[in-house]
Design a protein. Structure first.
Length: 94
């Protein structure tokens, strides 16, 4: 099987811990003023801080812009979003 051609390289640019542009974003798991969780080409990215806002979201281009005070950026080992609509608990107990 061929891999989709629209896969984009993952990159993250953060300026002064206040503005960021993230490319290679597949989906947004959740966001609020303290945490933004993104599914990226490199795994799940958790951005923690204060006053965080998603200022631009373009999943077709796989791009997200954020603003706010960024305290930490943490990647998980893999993509944790459920595939095919399966919940995490269902996959754990199979």
């Amino acid at each position: 099987m061929e891999e989709k051609q629209n896969r984009k390289a993952h990159s993250l640019q953060l300026t002064d811990r206040k503005k960021g542009c993230i490319q290679g974003v597949r989906d947004v798991n959740s966001f609020d003023e303290k945490e933004i969780s993104l599914v990226t080409e490199a795994g799940t990215l958790s951005i923690k801080g204060e006053g965080l806002h998603v200022t631009r979201l373009d999943l077709e281009k796989q791009e997200v812009d954020i603003e706010g005070k960024v305290d930490s950026l943490v990647y998980s080992q893999g993509i944790t979003k459920a595939k095919g609509g399966e919940g995490m608990l269902k996959r754990l107990f199979q």
